[in-house]
Design a protein around this ligand. Structure first.
Ligand SMILES: [Zn+2]
Length: 357
């Protein structure tokens, strides 16, 4: 099993049940994540068709992967319908690799904090692997998301207060030695899973990367996974260039936008986008690096714009949750600014199902 390395100070650590970040407080990455050649792609293996490019080996699967890539002619982009696999959100990608990593480590019990989708994904894959799971959620989490967690047999702990209070309660359990932190924000194994979005897109587009990829941006789970995946593909010579990555935050919970464009650019309110109410992303430094290295940006979308796009998605047969409507909703501004040109090839990730909301 590959070691961890600190993303900030460079210290190396043996993977272990108690280790979830560096002693300096920064997030961990895998040392020497593979960047080698891919064998022939076997789609029957789902995301594990890319196992040779992942730092985690398969120990659990529900056949996840290969979500459709479809035209959205009215928007002149392609949509990656990434809510369509086992847990109704893109988080299944990271849950499959995180719980596989838990199996590699011999973990019995996992904990996670989440507004719902990541919790449901971790609980589902823990159930599949026969591990115990305890999931910390906000007291106002969507009932459909809570139910998806509870029905796996996982323990649900609801926490009053803001999203950070939920993380704090979960970390108390981690620090008490209660269980392994299967965090979508912190665990390097989670980002191995979300990197498969990039690999799938490259294959689905006949080994060409799009010019730009647009995703919702909270903790950056999908955003950073996509960046790491495209970077490995570029390093291995499968694509010429990393796409420009645009992360879309909820107005009022837009720390990355505020850092880049000033407080006013991220101000406002958008509680409709419940899945990305993150004011202190665990991997904020890495998010800025991904934006700079890819030539992308971050922007914020307000509630009215999100609601209009949400309705529009549904009227076009795309039954998503409100959170991910921020990504296509940002296209108008990206085009108005000229950062996305009329002839750019753009992929927009739609990341959560309407069935849970
Ligand atoms: Zn460190």
């Amino acid at each position: 099993m590959t070691e961890y390395v600190c993303s900030d100070c460079g210290q190396r650590h043996e993977p272990g049940v108690a280790r979830w970040r560096c002693d300096c407080g920064a997030p961990l990455e895998f040392v020497n994540a593979p960047t080698g050649a891919l064998p022939e792609i076997d789609r029957d293996r789902g995301i594990w068709a890319f196992e040779d490019l992942l730092a985690v080996n398969q120990h659990v699967t529900l056949g996840e992967g290969w979500t459709p890539l479809v035209d959205a002619p009215k928007r002149d982009v392609e949509y990656k319908l990434d809510w369509l696999f086992p847990t109704g959100s893109f988080k299944y990608r990271g849950a499959a690799t995180t719980i596989s990593h838990a199996c590699e480590l011999g973990v019995d019990r996992v904990v996670e904090d989440s507004s719902g989708n990541a919790g449901a994904a971790i609980a589902t894959y823990a159930a599949r692997a026969g591990l115990e799971a305890k999931i910390f959620v906000p007291a106002d989490a969507k009932p459909g998301k809570l139910r998806a967690i509870e029905r796996t047999g996982a323990t649900v702990r609801t926490v009053e207060g803001d999203r950070e209070a939920v993380t704090d309660a979960c970390l108390d359990a981690v620090e008490a030695g209660d269980a392994w932190y299967a965090s979508h924000a912190w665990n390097p194994a989670f980002f191995e899973g979300t990197s498969t979005l990039a690999y799938e897109l490259a294959v689905q587009r006949d080994w060409s990367a799009p010019d730009a990829v647009v995703t919702p941006l909270g903790h950056g789970t999908l955003f950073l996974g996509a960046y790491r995946g495209f970077k490995r593909l570029a390093t291995a010579g499968y694509i010429d260039e990393i796409p420009r990555l645009y992360g879309v935050q909820a107005a009022g919970a837009a720390p990355v936008v505020a850092q880049r464009h000033g407080e006013a650019a991220g101000a406002g309110a958008n509680s409709l986008a419940d899945g990305i109410q993150i004011t202190a992303p665990a991997q904020e430094a890495a998010i800025h690096e991904a934006i700079e290295q890819s030539g992308g940006d971050a922007l914020a979308v307000d509630a009215d714009t999100t609601q209009a796009e949400y309705d529009r998605l549904h009227r076009h047969g795309l039954y998503t949750e409100p959170t991910c409507a921020v990504a296509p909703a940002a296209m108008d501004e990206l085009r108005a600014r000229g950062t996305v040109a009329p002839d750019d090839d753009v992929v927009v990730a739609l990341t959560g199902s309407g069935l849970k909301t």
